[in-house]
Design a protein around this ligand. Sequence first.
Ligand code: PLP
Length: 389
Amino acid sequence: MRLATRVQQLPPYLFARISELIAEKRAEGVDVISLGIGDPDLPTPPHVIEALQRAAEDPANHRYPETEGLPEFREAVARWYERRHGVSLDPETEVVSLIGSKEGIGHLPLCLIDPGDLAISTSPGYPVYEVATMFAGGETLALPLREEDGWLPRLDEVSDADADRAQLLWLNYPNNPTGAIADHAFFERAVAWAKQHDVAIAHDLAYSDVCFDGYEAPSILEVDGARDVAIEFNSLSKTFNMTGWRIAMAVGNADLVGVLRRVKSNLDSGVAQAVQQMAIAALDGPRDAIDGHNAIYQRRRDRAVEVLRELGLHVDPPSASLYVWARLPEGERSSADYAGRLVEETGVVVTPGVSYGDAGEGYIRISLTLGDDRLEEALDRLSRFARGQ
Ligand SMILES: *Cc1c(COP(=O)(O)O)cnc(C)c1O
């Protein structure tokens, strides 16, 4: 049996060495705690679960859904965008449901990329953009992000030849893994650049509402003219602690939303309707659940920043996302070595920045999605390690 080239081209699992180390430590009886995984530990709000329970009883929801999602779901998304971002969307043509935004991100390149076409992403970055591009036969140019630029790409570093060849620009703010945020001015520059070079923008707004200190993350669609070139991925996963239910939406440019819907209708049959009913309850529901979660994450962030600084790491406390991104102490070069040493010495797992791309080298990421007790245990171990105890 010969496997397809695209499978052989999947990037090696960079976390492999640390996974081995974790297995070894566990075999030795060490209580290993992972700060590597970005999956909210907090439960889905009760009123959302109640909506699922009611919807599950209705036989109308036992049948195939439509690929594009219930009209009521798309209307709820439009209401959310109006309220949250001041953006009006046509639920008919500018909204499509997704089985999690990862699904939509995975399928978008099939709409835009022919073999040999170019997509532009960033390093570090969420790995799905590059893999999805490769699955469609395309190549990725990963623009290096730098701390001194606030982890925003320099679009003027793209050569004219690459810009002309490019079909798609991936952006993600609030950013995973760096926790960086983008303002309107950045999105305006990106939209102008995309128009100049006839490139589509896919903006991943997965962390739209995981924000701290009163910060409110913008949608790219708030910017004039964005709708001419941009599709935005948004998800219930992180905003409402709903990663397990798999529901999200793509919104924005009607041609892009329409073609994604067409591709998807050939591959999947949409999101379970009872789950769409949950999503409607979440989107239309009170905001206090979100504010409550964010207060918990913010408290965890502050404690994590304190301990990472004790370790000699350099941290700018993030205004959004579920992650703290930290620069290794002076003289430390390899994020994988550093992460390996932490597992060895403390049983605490952090993600080496290099797993998100070469420009992530020299940094580590920790996730804030562990229950308070376990997180405190992990941070306490790191703090004792920092003090040489
Ligand atoms: C978590 C995450 C997603 C995926 O979210 P789902 O909607 O659950 O598929 C997409 N993009 C980024 C950057 C993420 O961190």
